[in-house]
Ligand binder design. Structure first.
Ligand SMILES: [Zn+2]
Ligand SMILES: [Zn+2]
Length: 170
C-alpha cells in the first residue's frame, strides 16, 4: 500500500490495514512471511520528515539455526521510524543518534510504501540466530540425529573406537 503524501488532506493520518504477502519484496531465504501482515500506524507529516509509528503484527516461518526444525514466529513489533529525502538524511541521522528508538530511512518525499516499512521493521526485529528454543541441542555432527528428540551413541562409539585403536597399538 502506497500513501501519497501530496494527496493527504491532514498532516496526520491513521492506517489500519492488512499488507498482503505478495506486496512485500521479501528475499530472505531463512525466514518467510506466513500470512498477510496486520498494521496499525500513525503517519505524521513534519517539516523535513514523515514519521510512521505504531505496530505491526507479523506471523513468520523460519528454520531453527541449530536443528533446522520449522519455527513459527509471531511478532508484535512496536516501532517509530522517520522517512526523509536523501537531502535531509544526514540532518535526520543526528536526531536518530540522540534517540535510540528511532529508525531513519530514505524515501522519495512523495510516496511512502507501507509494504517497505513493514519489510524493514520485520528485518530489524529478527534476531541474528533463530532458535526453536533457547536450549536447542541441535543435530549430532556425525549421524545428524536431532538431539532434542533422541540421543545417539556416536560420541560413545567414537570413544570406544579410540580405545580399541589404543589397545591394538600395544
Ligand atoms: Zn532447534
Ligand atoms: Zn549421532
Amino acid at each position: 500500500m502506497i500513501v501519497q503524501l501530496t494527496q493527504l488532506e491532514q498532516p496526520e493520518i491513521s492506517v489500519c490495514e492488512a499488507i498482503e504477502v505478495s506486496e512485500i519484496e521479501w528475499d530472505e531465504e531463512d525466514v518467510t512471511i506466513a500470512e498477510a501482515i496486520q498494521i496499525k500506524v500513525n503517519i505524521t507529516k513534519g517539516d523535513v520528515q514523515v514519521r510512521v509509528e505504531g505496530l505491526i503484527d507479523a506471523k513468520l516461518n523460519a528454520n531453527c539455526s541449530r536443528c533446522f526444525e520449522e519455527v513459527k514466529i509471531e511478532k508484535e513489533i512496536i516501532f517509530k521510524a522517520d522517512y526523509v529525502t536523501r537531502e535531509n538524511f544526514s540532518k535526520e541521522l543526528e536526531l536518530e543518534l540522540k534517540k535510540e528508538d528511532l529508525d531513519v530511512s530514505i524515501f522519495d518525499g512523495e510516496n511512502l510504501d507501507l509494504a517497505e516499512v513493514v519489510r524493514e521493521q520485520i528485518l530489524l526485529s529478527l534476531p541474528t540466530q533463530i532458535l526453536c528454543r533457547d536450549d536447542c541441542k541441535g543435530l549430532c555432527g556425525i549421524c545428524w540425529a536431532n538431539l532434542n528428540k533422541q540421543s545417539c551413541n556416536c560420541h560413545q562409539s567414537e570413544l570406544q573406537m579410540r580405545w580399541i585403536q589404543l589397545k591394538s597399538l600395544n
